[in-house]
Design a protein around this ligand. Structure first.
Ligand code: BMP
Length: 237
């Protein structure tokens, strides 16, 4: 999958820059809840990011059924993969067979026989590689964000299609947009972590990732509609 192309297609059609992060678990949520959520929101969002807690709770097979039933949104597996290339490739095989469109991985493990191999392998399989360049929590500033420039520059030699950059530290979005050109920037940290909806887009991100603000709400679908009103595609056209 070409992430840029799909983001442009779905984003402009739905007039949206919203990706929903679901770190949901049984018993409060269920696969039925997930199906209903996608059915109700697929015209207001660009994609859904499924986290490790959901895969552990519902199982990859169950999630895969939902993923394959609703191809109109982009499905991102957030494995935060950080391993040697050999193990990375095994994970790519599983995530790709489950029907996901994109996979999130860490760059700090290094590229040679590490994330570099995983990126190339995923890309060859049509699974769009997304790299965590800098993180949104305060501790991101302790180590990772300080070396984010090195990671990002090295990654330009590889077919990385998207970058995770924090809405809570928008300077990284502004700096790195200049360097990465047209590759997609997805920005978490909105809502529960304190960033205002729309702030990452204003600073150059393509998409904002919003989790708890939506799925912890009493009425998640109304919350999506409300955010859709703010995170319009045309904000950055
Ligand atoms: P929430 O909106 O509930 O804070 O969720 C944010 C989502 O983005 C989570 O799924 C988290 O794993 C992810 N994320 C993040 O919060 N910060 C990062 O730097 C990178 C992430 O992937």
């Amino acid at each position: 999958m070409n992430l840029r192309k799909r983001v442009d297609e779905i984003g402009s059609k739905n007039d949206s820059r919203l990706v929903v992060a679901l770190d949901i678990r049984s018993p409060r949520w269920s696969l039925e809840w997930l199906k209903n959520f996608v059915e109700e929101t697929s015209e207001d969002i660009v994609g859904i990011k499924i986290g490790i807690p959901s895969i552990l709770s519902f199982g990859l097979e169950g999630i895969s059924e939902v993923v394959n039933g609703y191809r109109e949104v982009i499905w991102i597996a957030d494995m935060k993969l950080a391993d040697i290339g050999y193990v990375g490739r095994l994970i790519v095989d599983e995530i790709s067979s489950a029907g996901f469109d994109a996979l999130i991985m860490h760059g700090f493990v290094g590229f040679e026989k590490g994330v570099g191999d995983t990126i190339v392998y995923a890309s060859d399989k049509g699974l769009s590689p997304i790299l965590v360049a800098a993180m949104s929590h305060p501790g991101g500033e302790e180590y990772l964000n300080r070396v984010s420039g090195d990671i990002l520059m090295k990654s330009l030699d590889y077919p990385v299609e998207g970058y995770i950059l924090p809405a809570t530290f928008t300077r990284y979005i502004r700096f790195y947009r200049e360097v990465i050109g047209d590759r997609v920037i997805l920005s978490p940290g909105v809502g529960a972590q304190g960033a205002e909806p729309g702030s990452a887009i204003e600073n150059g991100a393509d998409l904002e990732i919003v989790g708890r603000l939506i799925y912890m709400d009493e009425s998640p679908i109304s919350r999506v509609r409300e955010l859709h009103g703010v995170l319009r595609w045309r904000l950055r056209e």
